[in-house]
Design a protein around this ligand. Sequence first.
Ligand code: NAI
Length: 322
Amino acid sequence: MVKAVVLGAAGGIGQPLSLLLKACPLVDELSLYDVVNTPGVTADLSHISSIAKITGYLSPDDGLKKALTGANVVVIPAGIPRKPGMTRDDLFKINAGIVRDLVQGIAENCPKAFILVISNPVNSTVPIAAEVMKKAGKFDPKRLFGVTTLDVVRAETFVQDITGEKDPSKTVIPVIGGHSGETIVPLFSLAKPKVNIPADKLAPLIKRVQFGGDEVVEAKGGAGSATLSMAYAGFRFAEKIIKAMKGEKGIVEPTYVYLPGVNGGDVVAKENGVDYFSPSGAEKANNILSELDDNEKELLEVCVKGLKGNIEKGVDFVHNPP
Ligand code: NAI
């Protein structure tokens, strides 16, 4: 039995993500939680004739506890999104506290669940989640993920302009590092099947993947950031986790994790001085780094510089709350 929970389910990402999970035949039970509007979203989705039994809760009366009890997979898109001119780091002040409190709920009610953090800044909110779980004595690095799938989806889509490939999702492009601006490092040299990108098009392509979120923030003109493409990406990642839970082998998906807890991750952490990183989903975290070309090595240097500060900020938030 799979029970999936969405925390922040009434939001721009939460609603379409909940729709996709409700329609997914692998989900037996879906529980929604938000501080507003959950009853309406739940009633609406409950009319869909799919397998998942759905319940929804608001914050009072133990809503969080009720939503989380018995959960196997918890997806967190709760928190404020960006407006034009904002970086993901600007969201820290508000979203850090939201993620900390929701993960505390997970530690108390479903400590063995897989935790998928969407709330930005992911580079910092994942370390926050880890520290909360560590404090509670419940941390399992193999069960905590920062969802970076949208960067992968964007890389697949944007490279199609060059390759002309009919189905963009058929080109696999590893994306390593973190989830904001220059901490996102797409590895087009390692695309499968191989892609030929003219030299003058590579730098703009990489930049577009790194800052693709800004295109959506600008286009929405103050109404938020990516929601529909993020719901697609969040579902794609959640579905992979559920399939892995059910025993499917050979699943590879980049995600931002606590490195010392994954195969080969201790080497990457030591060499780069960062404890959190997306090693691209390779079987051994350090394998991929030995394959980077010179340009990608330079991008990696810039990435880890940015990541270090983001990670420290998250860890510090839990130990020295403002
Ligand atoms: P939104 O404002 O539309 O929805 C957020 C929802 O969270 C709202 O319904 C709100 O009531 C709820 N919420 C706030 N505090 C809560 C709490 N304490 N407990 C439960 N629910 C709470 O925002 P949107 O567009 O859905 O974005 C959500 C987050 O996802 C933002 O932080 C955004 O930056 C991030 N994001 C992450 C991406 C990624 O690739 N990882 C991509 C795009 C957005």
